[in-house]
Design a protein around this ligand. Structure first.
Ligand code: ADP
Ligand code: MG
Length: 357
């Protein structure tokens, strides 16, 4: 089922939670709504579900206007962050709930709930109460309950937000397989970019009730459309520099600009360097004019990545460099020593006032 959100606005009092949002979601897609807290993700999901009425704009499903249609008539399944299971009911009855209120025959209910419990790998646990399950299991019950009515659209609001990191990773991979198996259209809300990027066919980045950018995960990551998206997608080093002939200049050294179309310059720009797009060499080994001398301040070993804070000679602000940990080990860096850092690529956004340096 395809979904088309057209020009939807929604205010709470004088606060605009959604500001003329338009979004097309293809049949069978798995789309992530990504954005900071308060950006309107939940409101957009609730408007799509029919749990919230927009002030203006329309929602269509497969070309049919459903804006005035009650949530129950829209064929959507909804999973919330905090399980929202019925505590006094067994797992079986929780999953059966939507079928019972639709007066599905008893034998059919049993057949379908058993099938769903197998699907979410909870067979044999139908007699338990939610309190007797782990967080990950409870969220799988919530998912089974949402799937019981055979929704053509599955909406998930930070479904894994309350779970610990390991369970989250397992559940999201599993959700991806489930989505593909069932062939639904799914929209899930998250503020975790890793989750969005791993799971989704398409990422929609929201900010202050608007869509800042949408696209395939690698497209959004490689070509962030705005400074907001760049900032939001993780740690970056930001400098004020300039651009000229498709290159950014940072402390006087030129850096190739990713997606440099339309940034010929010369003009002032914000220059963004991602920590993993910087490299560190031993002093003296790189004197090609494309590297800077810098002092190592701190080294924070991690799993795959070691974070190194450096201060370029003559600069106030430190720069963060993420090195693959085996490379960091080979270099054997020590705080206080002088190294050379080489930025491989930069992203630039011209500063708003359009003056030439
Ligand atoms: P997100 O899910 O991205 O964190 P929400 O859609 O929940 O954002 O909320 C967007 C903004 O709208 C928030 O500032 C929130 O306080 C406000 N808001 C959401 N729902 C209501 C409501 N029912 N009444 C008043 N304000 C609300
Ligand atoms: Mg929310």
């Amino acid at each position: 089922m395809s979904i088309h959100v057209r020009d939807v606005s929604k205010a709470f009092g004088s606060f605009r939670a959604l500001d003329r949002v338009s979004l097309e979601i293809a049949d069978g897609a798995l789309v992530a709504l990504l954005g900071p807290s308060g950006s309107g993700k939940t409101t957009l999901l609730r408007v799509i579900a029919g749990l919230e009425q927009p002030d203006s704009g329309t929602i269509t499903e497969d070309g049919t206007d459903v804006t005035d249609r009650h949530a129950r008539a829209r064929g959507v399944g909804f999973v919330f962050q905090h399980y929202a299971l019925f505590r006094h009911m067994s797992v079986f009855e929780n999953v059966a709930f939507g079928l019972r209120i639709r007066r599905v025959a008893r034998a059919e209910v049993t057949r379908r709930v058993d099938e769903l419990l197998r699907l979410v790998r909870l067979e044999g646990l139908g007699g338990r109460r939610p309190a007797q399950l782990s967080g990950g299991q409870r969220q799988r019950v919530a998912l089974a309950r949402a799937l019981a009515i055979r929704p053509r659209i599955l909406l998930l609001d930070e479904p894994f937000g309350a779970l610990d990191a390991k369970v989250r990773v397992e559940l999201r991979q599993w959700l991806r397989r489930l989505h593909d198996e069932i062939g639904m259209t799914s929209v899930f809300v998250t503020h975790d970019q890793e989750e969005a990027f791993e799971l989704a066919d398409e990422v929609v980045v929201m900010n202050q009730g608007r869509i800042e950018q949408r696209g395939a995960p690698d497209e959004v990551f490689d070509r962030p459309a705005t400074p907001f998206v760049m900032d939001f997608l993780g740690t970056v080093n930001l400098f004020h520099g300039r651009i000229e002939n498709g290159r950014a200049f940072w402390h006087g050294i030129p850096i190739p600009v990713a997606g440099s179309a339309g940034v010929a310059g010369p003009r002032a720009a914000r220059v963004y360097l991602r920590p993993h797009e910087l490299d560190i060499h031993r002093s003296g080994s790189a004197t090609d004019g494309a590297s800077l001398s810098a002092e190592v301040l701190r080294i924070a070993p991690g799993g795959a990545v070691t974070r190194v804070a450096c201060r370029p000679a003559g600069a106030d602000e430190p720069v963060q460099v993420d090195l693959p940990s085996d490379r960091a080990r080979d270099l054997g860096l020590r705080p206080g020593e002088t190294v050379r850092i080489t930025p491989r690529t930069a992203r630039v956004f011209p500063v708003d006032h359009d003056y030439v340096i």
